[in-house]
Design a binder for this molecule. Sequence first.
Ligand SMILES: NC(=O)C1=CN([C@@H]2O[C@H](COP(=O)(O)OP(=O)(O)OC[C@H]3O[C@@H](n4cnc5c(N)ncnc54)[C@H](O)[C@@H]3O)[C@@H](O)[C@H]2O)C=CC1
Ligand SMILES: O=C(O)[C@H]1O[C@H](OP(=O)(O)OP(=O)(O)OC[C@H]2O[C@@H](n3ccc(=O)[nH]c3=O)[C@H](O)[C@@H]2O)[C@H](O)[C@@H](O)[C@@H]1O
Length: 436
Amino acid sequence: MRMTVIGCGHLGATHAAAMAEIGHDVIGVDIDPDKIETLNSGRAWFREPELDDLLARHVGGRLRFTTDIRAAAEHGEVHFIGVGTPDLPDGSGYDLSQVFAAVEALAPHLTGRCLIVGKSTVSVGTTAAVRKLVHRLAPAGEAVEVAWSPEFLREGHAVADTLRPDRIVAGVSSPWAEKTIREAFAPIVDAGSPLIVTDPETCELVKGAANAYLATRISFINAMANLCEATGADAAVVAQAIGYDTRIGHRAMSPGLGYGGGCLPKDVRAFTARAEELGVGDSFAFLRGVDAINRDRRSRTVERVRAVVGGELTGKRVTVWGAAFKPGTDDIRDSPALDVADRLHDAGAVVTVFDPMANANARAGHPDLAYAGSAIEAARDAAVVLLATEWPQFADADPEAVGQAVADRVLIDARSTIDTDRWAMAGWTVHRLGKG
Ligand SMILES: NC(=O)C1=CN([C@@H]2O[C@H](COP(=O)(O)OP(=O)(O)OC[C@H]3O[C@@H](n4cnc5c(N)ncnc54)[C@H](O)[C@@H]3O)[C@@H](O)[C@H]2O)C=CC1
Ligand SMILES: O=C(O)[C@H]1O[C@H](OP(=O)(O)OP(=O)(O)OC[C@H]2O[C@@H](n3ccc(=O)[nH]c3=O)[C@H](O)[C@@H]2O)[C@H](O)[C@@H](O)[C@@H]1O
């Protein structure tokens, strides 16, 4: 099929490359010429495992990128929308301006039958609003249909999650839209991923529900972490023990510093705001708690560092291992690690950060912090090392080699990832968040 993907960021560039991989003829569109130039050279403008291989394989063949929305409009039978949907600064919902700008740019060039498929995360009711706009602006009128098929990929696993998703969900309004979506995703469905076809409202709510539920699990175990820290108990063991119940499971249950990134935090807030707008805010009041617990973990982490260095941060050398919001990416959007690093810096600590992938983005966005080229270099003369992003190379680091760099062998594991005994054998005092 001939397809376009509008918005070539973490979601869109990955989706475009994956659609080419399964045999479609794809044009990716973005408003940022620098991103387009990088993508047309066969690599992504951000770090994502496997993505550059796919881009290198297909760019110049059945995949190309452009800023020319008109050319793209003429090319596509299916137009995916993958632009950003940040939350509004006052937390009252999504800022949908990128979605509406993309549709306003695309629709006037649509002169024949085609399907617009939203992939961006939006609140319930957005498909209907987009459909109305499209029918007003497109010369082909109602021959242009609008469906939604939200994305569930995780950064760091984006390619695998797109090519072999746990499920695909599509919200459609006609048999033709369903048939077109089935054709678009056929190779993925044939390989075993279930495709759930539903109405657009249910589909929009599936995405909101999934992220709200994942965030709730993480905040639940972090509320347990608060309780464990107050009682001398161990939240990691609680998570492990309850997780053996197959109804509960072990994933998205790791206690520590809490969730960050460009999605879970804003999606929880926007979902809650939309429920309030629709008069069912009381049913989702607990999600305000989920968000509050998550924010509080960052404050508690700062306080733990302060306590460990003796109550006064001014002039104390603190190493922060990690800047990305999670391992496997250079994405620093709403990164818990950098938020804590900033707060430590603001409280007078001398903070040095190292991240295996995200140093450059962190330096650009947080220029007041100091950065090092390796985990050991970052630890030089430190009074405490804070492991803030769960990169495996931090857990695997040689405690003796790091020990020779630091002033004091004191480590705070904010991600429940360190083998405490191994570090203790090398003379380290290890504090683990979630353990009293
Ligand atoms: N990053 C992720 O892991 C996932 C993201 N999502 C959702 O996907 C959407 C996109 O997120 P990301 O890819 O992370 O954002 P991003 O910020 O990486 O990418 C958005 C892209 O859209 C481009 N853009 C903005 N306005 C445009 C327009 N009018 N026309 C064409 N391009 C335009 C931007 O230049 C940027 O390259 C959001 O709704 C997000 O919640 C959903 C699942 C996973
Ligand atoms: O809508 C989205 O954009 C995506 O949001 C998340 O994906 P992602 O943000 O890439 O990362 P996760 O692996 O879910 O981690 C999010 C945050 O939670 C933290 N986390 C994760 C798991 C855990 O047990 N504890 C915990 O604190 C991570 O460190 C990270 O900061 C969802 O997992 C995806 O399914 C979804 O598509």
